[in-house]
Design a protein around this ligand. Structure first.
Ligand code: PBG
Ligand code: ZN
Length: 324
C-alpha cells in the first residue's frame, strides 16, 4: 500500500500527535555539565573562548554546582586549572590543587550531585602533553601510575566517577586496580574510550591552557578517519573495567556513537565538545541562527544516534529551554 492510502503527514498534524509518536526525548537527566576550576578565591570569570561558561575558584564552584543540581542535571564533569606546571604534571595529584579542593567543597554542599572528574596530565605538564615525555615520545607505561595517583586524589576529595581522557593504553586497568586496592570498589570509571585527535578541542585548550608546546596529540588520540578502531578501543576499555564509555567529539562522530551503542551493553556517553559549542555561540551572536532551536535539535540528534548521556556546555540553557 502506498499513497494516497498511506499519508505520513497524518501523524504530524498537531503537537499532540507529534508528541505521541516521538521516538527520542531529550531530558535534563541525560546531561552532564562541564565545570572549570581555577586557583584563587571569589573568582567567577567568563571563559573568552566559551561565552556563557565560567572559570570558578573552588569557593565559587559550589554555587555553580548547586545551580546545576537544582536545574535537574544529575552530574558535573570537573576540570582543573592548576597553580603550577612541571615536567611530570605533579599538580594533577596535589590534594591542594583547585580541582581537588572544589570537589571536596561541592561534595559537602551538594552531596547528591554526581561529580565526574576528568583525569589527565595536560593541564599540569609544562609541555602540555597528556603523558610523560620520555624516550623521545609521550611515554605510555610510566604515565599510568601518575594517572592512577591522580584518580585516587580525586576520589579522596570526593569524586564519584573517574573520567580518564589521556588516551594512554592500559590506563583504565591501571586506574581500576588502584581504586580497588584502595577499597574504592564503588567508584565508577567513565572512559574517554574513542577520543579523536580533533580540532574541535581548540576553545577548551584556551580555557584551561593545555595546548601541547610541541607536536600534537596524534600519537595517542585517534585518527578521525577510523571507525573500526573505535570499536577496538571501546572493547578494550570495557575489558579493562570501564563502566561507561565516551565517544568524543560528538557531531562529526555520530556514526561512531551509533556503532558503539549497537555493539556494547554499557552506557554510552558522547561529548559535545568546546569547538561545537563555540561555533553555535558565535553564529548565534551574529544573529545567523536560532540558538535555542539549533541546540535542542543538535542534542536530540546525539540521543537519536544512540547516546545515553551527553556532556555539554549547553546543559543549563538546554534545561531551561526544555522546560519551556
Ligand atoms: C584533556 C581533555 C581535552 C578535552 C577534555 N579533556 C582536550 C584535549 O584532549 O586536548 C576536550 C574537551 C572539549 O573540547 O570540550 N585531555
Ligand atoms: Zn590531556
Amino acid at each position: 500500500m502506498t499513497y494516497p492510502t498511506i499519508r505520513p503527514r497524518r501523524l504530524r498534524a498537531s503537537e499532540g500527535l507529534r508528541s505521541l509518536v516521538r521516538e527520542t526525548r531529550l531530558n535534563p537527566a541525560d546531561l552532564i555539565y562541564p565545570l572549570f576550576v581555577v586557583p584563587g578565591n571569589r573568582i567567577k570569570e567568563e571563559v573568552p573562548s566559551l561565552p556563557g561558561c565560567y572559570h570558578y575558584s573552588p569557593d565559587m564552584a559550589v554555587a555553580a554546582a548547586a545551580e546545576v543540581y537544582e536545574a535537574g542535571i544529575p552530574a558535573i564533569l570537573v576540570f582543573g586549572v592548576p597553580e603550577y606546571k612541571d615536567e611530570r604534571g605533579s599538580g594533577a595529584w596535589d590534594q591542594e590543587s583547585p580541582v581537588q579542593k572544589a570537589i571536596t567543597r561541592i561534595k559537602a554542599a551538594v552531596p547528591e550531585l554526581i561529580i565526574v572528574s576528568d583525569v589527565c596530565l595536560c593541564q599540569y605538564t609544562s609541555h602540555g602533553h597528556c603523558g610523560l615525555i620520555g624516550n623521545g615520545c609521550v611515554d605510555n607505561d610510566p604515565t599510568l601510575e601518575l594517572l592512577a595517583k591522580t584518580a585516587l586524589s580525586h576520589v579522596a576529595a570526593g569524586a564519584d566517577i573517574i573520567a580518564p581522557s589521556d588516551m594512554m593504553d592500559g590506563r583504565v586497568q591501571a586506574i581500576r586496580e588502584a581504586l580497588d586496592a584502595a577499597g574504592h570498589t564503588q567508584v565508577s570509571i567513565m572512559a574517554y574510550a574513542a577520543k579523536y585527535a580533533s580540532a574541535y578541542y581548540g576553545p577548551f585548550r584556551d580555557a584551561v591552557n593545555s595546548a601541547p608546546q610541541f607536536g600534537d596529540r596524534r600519537t595517542y588520540q585517534m585518527d578521525p578517519a577510523n571507525a573500526r578502531e573505535a570499536l577496538k578501543e571501546v572493547a578494550l576499555d570495557i575489558e579493562e573495567g570501564a563502566d561507561i564509555v565516551i565517544v568524543k567529539p560528538a557531531l562529526a562522530y555520530l556514526d561512531i556513537v551509533r556503532q558503539v551503542r549497537d555493539t556494547v551493553t554499557v552506557p554510552v556517553a558522547t561529548y559535545n565538545v568546546s569547538g561545537e559549542y563555540a561555533m553555535v555561540k558565535a553564529a548565534a551572536a551574529k544573529g545567523w541562527i536560532d540558538e535555542r532551536r539549533i541546540v535542542l535539535e543538535t542534542l536530540t540528534g546525539m540521543k537519536r544516534a544512540g547516546a545515553d548521556m551527553i556532556i555539554t556546555y549547553h546543559a543549563l540553557d538546554a534545561v531551561r529551554w526544555l522546560r519551556g
